[in-house]
Ligand binder design. Structure first.
Ligand code: ADP
Length: 268
């Protein structure tokens, strides 16, 4: 029986990882707690996806330890982990042309007995996931015949059907237009606020992160530069240090959160 510390989702201690001997993440120490939505930010290649993949158990650290819900990640079986944790990858690839509905249904598999068909309640969950992500009209379409943005919405729908406690999102809205981005982020935010779905999201857009995340973690060249409450760490100084651009951060009454404007540093 897996015991669960209800408060701490992940604890990463001295985690290091590299691909083929090339170091990508160095000495990562992190504690992610229940009750906050987390954003992982940083320039291209800073190690965000790698960090998320380590947290999702897709990669194994070269050094250090990762605990999920108070248990070492390697002690979780794949099925038990999938009952708690869903990952929406940056690139959602399904090689065969399964209909969208079947792909969403795959999200239920960790909860079904082997060979069991989804029951009526499961069908309702699938219908709801399709509806909430705005893809009901695509239910019969082969997933290979969708646009990048439509595929991303299928990936989110599949993750929701998985009924996870925790959702890992890897730039899950990067292919979406602003309307669909906001819709998906609002949907996930409302699951977080109303149903306690915990979220850790790699995000590209600082303004969307400001709206969506309570806590930010800034990475640069495989190291954590700063982390903390969004309103404390989303500062011009940190943005300059991490991205090398000048920024202005102001509260915006229209969006009701702090918004960032950028420019390249002025040359003398
Ligand atoms: P980010 O998500 O911040 O853009 P990544 O975690 O994807 O960064 O990548 C970090 C570094 O690791 C980059 O230099 C990238 O080229 C390298 N990298 C990512 N995936 C692989 C891989 N499968 N094999 C080798 N190098 C990789």
């Amino acid at each position: 029986m897996i015991s669960e510390n209800q408060d701490i989702l992940w604890r990463l201690t001295d985690v290091a990882f590299g691909y083929n001997g090339t170091s990508v993440l160095e000495t990562i120490n992190l504690e992610l707690r229940r009750g906050y939505s987390y954003g992982i930010l940083g320039p291209n290649g800073s190690g965000k996806t790698t960090l998320l993949d380590l947290m999702g158990g897709l990669l194994t650290p070269d050094r250090g330890t990762i605990d999920f819900l108070d248990q070492p990640l390697p002690s979780w079986t794949k099925k038990k982990l999938a009952q708690k944790l869903a990952l929406v990858p940056q690139e959602f690839t399904v090689r065969f042309g399964y209909p969208v509905r079947e792909v969403v249904e795959m999200g239920l598999h960790p909860h079904l007995h082997r060979f069991a068909a989804p029951n009526e309640q499961d069908q309702t969950i699938i219908d709801e996931a399709l509806r909430l992500t705005g893809i009901s009209h695509l239910a019969k379409r082969p997933v290979t015949r969708l646009s990048g943005g439509e595929k991303q919405r299928v990936a989110v729908a599949r993750a929701l059907a998985q009924k996870p406690q925790v959702l890992l999102l890897d730039e899950a809205t990067s292919n979406l237009d602003i309307h669909h981005s906001l819709e998906i982020l609002h949907l996930i935010r409302s699951r977080f606020e109303k149903q306690g779905l915990q979220v850790v999201a790699v995000m590209h857009d600082l303004n969307l992160a400001s709206f969506f995340c309570d806590q930010l973690i800034f990475l640069k060249q495989g190291k954590i530069i700063c982390q903390g409450p969004t309103r404390e760490v989303l500062t011009p100084e940190n943005i300059k240090q991490v991205y090398g651009v000048e920024a202005e951060v102001r509260p915006n009454p229209f969006t009701n959160c702090r918004q960032v404007s950028f420019r390249l540093p002025m040359t003398p």
